[in-house]
Design a protein around this ligand. Structure first.
Ligand code: UDP
Ligand code: MG
Length: 319
């Protein structure tokens, strides 16, 4: 299998027929062995029926994984990746805002030797105030904090070599941070401008509140990528700084007491110094707990973040 398309679907019934057409038009001429894994993320409309019908009509190419309830886009993407077999994985939205015709361009870029090609919605057709502007800020922030400079983390349409996707699990809203992880394992990353269309049917599942989640996720990702296996460096480092500050403060008070006869206990620096010391000590201890957790995390069995309800089009031993 050369190519797997992974497509999260949540209440997209009107878009599906157009999506199928566009996918066949885009992928058939490429002469690849390909599959499209659709993940029904607990849709309440007729999406599952539409997907099932297509999977039965074209079992060679179409597979469906269905959740019993809505687990979120990231979980859907993770499930799709887990059920895919291609050496190359292309993620795509189901709402026809991404253009399957761009897939060829992404694959050509991969052929140039990249491991990850990120789509960039250069001409994005979403609400300027609630979506495009916050997204611009978030992209600059993520690029700055992680050092992986991309214009459009939020664009689902990206192509990945399978090996850069292995070895980490996705949580929260984190599918957008795959490039950061990939870069941390040494992937070669580039971006290309892709088409973007306004939504014709159905409505967006997100608003301004997602920006908050993305920024919180950024903390986690930065921490995990930089210190996930050595948390004591963050906690212990902070703790040592606080302890050094407290020692300096207390030394200053003692010197002042000896040479200038100023009382130690009457100074607010005394309380601050003691507080710094306690905080610093605690922080070092927390670092040790974090080290224990990191070991449990890395060594324990991998668990999925989703529960698959049904699989359609898979060989019997999997169902
Ligand atoms: N989606 C999903 N589960 C969710 C929310 C969204 O599978 O809980 C899918 C949705 O069907 C679409 C893609 O994720 O295929 C992107 O969603 P949407 O178009 O709402 O996001 P936007 O383009 O507005 O950022
Ligand atoms: Mg969309």
């Amino acid at each position: 299998m050369n190519l797997s398309l992974v497509i999260p679907v949540y209440n997209e019934q009107e878009n599906l027929p157009f999506l199928f057409d566009a996918i066949y038009q885009a992928v058939s001429p490429l002469n690849l062995k390909w599959e499209a894994i659709f993940v029904n993320d607990g849709s309440r409309d007729q999406s599952l029926a539409g997907l099932t019908e297509q999977a039965l009509r074209d079992p060679e190419h179409i597979r469906v994984v269905s959740f019993r309830r809505n687990f979120g886009q990231t979980a859907a993407i993770a499930a799709g990746i887990d059920h895919s077999r291609g050496e190359i994985i292309v993620l795509l939205d189901a709402d026809m805002q991404n253009d399957p015709a761009d897939i060829k361009m992404l694959l050509d870029k991969l052929d140039e030797g990249y491991d990850l090609v990120s789509g960039w919605r250069k001409n994005r057709k979403d609400n300027a105030v609630t979506r495009n502007f916050p997204s611009m800020v978030a992209n600059s922030l993520i690029s700055y904090v992680t050092g992986v400079k991309l214009h459009d983390y939020g664009c689902t349409l990206k192509a990945y070599r399978r090996d850069v996707l292995e070895g980490f699990r996705l949580y929260g809203e984190m599918h957008r941070f795959i490039p950061v992880y990939a870069s941390s394992v040494g992937a070669k990353i580039t971006e290309v401008a892709v088409n973007h269309h306004p939504r014709k049917f159905g409505k967006t599942k997100y608003g301004l509140e997602r920006t908050v989640k993305v920024i919180l996720d950024l903390f986690t990702v930065k921490f995990l990528v930089s210190y996930g296996s050595k948390p004591i460096y963050v906690f212990g480092g902070t703790g040592m700084l606080l302890i050094i500050a407290s020692v300096l403060l207390l030394a200053y008070l003692i010197v002042r007491r000896i040479f200038f006869m100023v009382g130690i206990l009457s100074s607010p620096f005394f309380q601050i110094g003691v507080m710094f010391f306690i905080l610093g000590f605690q922080s070092v201890l927390m670092g040790l707990i974090a080290e224990l957790l990191a070991r449990t995390y890395h060594e324990s069995q991998k668990k999925t973040i989703y529960i698959v309800h049904k699989r359609i089009g898979f060989p019997p031993e999997n169902s």
